[in-house]
Design a protein around this ligand. Structure first.
Ligand SMILES: NC(=O)c1ccc[n+]([C@@H]2O[C@H](COP(=O)([O-])OP(=O)(O)OC[C@H]3O[C@@H](n4cnc5c(N)ncnc54)[C@H](O)[C@@H]3O)[C@@H](O)[C@H]2O)c1
Length: 309
């Protein structure tokens, strides 16, 4: 029986497929290449335990699987705002299709949720029992509210059909295989620094984020999937908080760039502080991030150097 990774040709999904194959699993990677691409999983094609399915999850489908990692959803703001209705459909119609598949197969399913369910949080750091502060009609709501209804759907399937769901609330994750034009802050700053362009900091840059390296995130997702009886939600992310301005300065220094740091207006509903409380993940699955920001950025910069220069 196989493990299905939806969104497997995306940034996190491609690393997850690779890790599962390395652990001896048989993997089906399903993607419609909305934001993902074949190049991210090209190196896995040919592996006898790897199958690639090009499919849009908003249409129902059937497959024999024992476990499902549901990652399919555009994740970067410019990408998920490009077609807000599509983003909502992926978190509702597609979510129901994937949960139906889990129900029919009696499969365990892990939903890749997000720190965005906390919106612009009034509680800091964010614990799983905080209900969030989300604008339902703002430019980010297709994603934030989409991910919230996806969590509700997962819980409804658990209660009504006994589906073994688990919800991972992923905080900012970065690393190799992000797209050059992905639009998230780490990749934006590195690409701008390497090209010698202005590094665009929104607002005064005092807003904070905490960044988790991809190998840590993928390890956390696998531990959550393997844990018995852990529905969650469970926060997964780094607890080292850094201001966006300090991140820009750090990346400028690490790339040896002559770029200028330039301020741009703060986008609407941009969260001011973001840091997870990961006590639950530590206690329940023995997980916490191991790769520090400098080490993770070094690897990510190396990756982008090949792409940009
Ligand atoms: N990267 C992060 O920092 C982060 C943070 C919080 C949550 N997440 C969640 O993790 C998951 C993966 O994020 P990512 O950073 O790898 O994003 P990504 O955009 O690189 O990957 C998403 C993948 O889903 C695919 N996809 C989108 N809609 C689809 C559909 N209808 N049918 C089939 N495939 C579809 C895309 O083509 C892409 O390959 C997402 O669900 C995202 O919301 C990511």
């Amino acid at each position: 029986m196989r493990v299905l990774v939806t969104g497997g040709a995306g940034f996190i999904g491609s690393h997850l497929c690779e890790k599962l194959l390395n652990s001896g699993e048989s993997v089906v990677c399903l993607d419609n290449y909305y934001t993902g691409s074949r190049t991210k999983i090209e190196h896995l094609i040919g592996n006898k335990n790897f199958r690639l399915l090009e499919k849009d999850l908003t249409s129902p489908f059937d497959l024999r699987v024992k476990r499902i990692f549901n990652l399919a959803c555009p994740a970067s703001p410019p990408q998920y705002q490009k077609d807000a209705i599509y983003t909502i459909k992926t978190n509702t119609l597609a979510m129901i299709n994937v949960l139906e598949l889990a129900r029919k197969n009696r499969a365990r399913i892990l939903q890749a949720s997000t720190s965005e369910v906390y919106g612009n949080p009034l509680v800091h750091p964010q614990t799983e029992d905080y209900w969030g502060n989300v604008n339902p009609i703002g430019p980010r709501s297709c994603y934030d509210e989409g991910k919230r209804i996806a969590e509700s759907l997962a819980y409804a399937y658990r209660l009504q059909h006994g589906v073994d769901v688990r919800i991972a609330r992923i905080f900012n994750t970065y690393g190799p295989r992000m797209d050059v034009d992905d639009g998230r802050v780490v990749s934006n700053f590195i690409v701008q620094a390497l090209k010698g362009e202005d590094i665009t900091v929104f607002g005064d840059g005092s807003q904070t984020r905490s960044f988790c390296y991809i190998s840590d995130m993928v390890a956390g997702l696998c531990l959550m999937m393997d844990a018995e009886g852990l529905a969650g939600p469970v926060n997964l992310g780094s607890t080292s908080e850094i201001t966006v301005l300090d991140l820009a300065i750090k990346i400028k220094r690490m790339t040896g760039s002559s770029s200028r740091i330039k301020r741009h207006p703060l986008p609407e509903d941009d969260p001011t502080r973001r840091r997870p409380d990961i006590d639950l993940a530590k206690r329940k699955i023995g997980w916490w991030p191991k790769v520090d920001l400098d080490a993770g950025l070094r690897e990510t910069i190396k990756y982008f150097e090949k792409r940009v220069r």
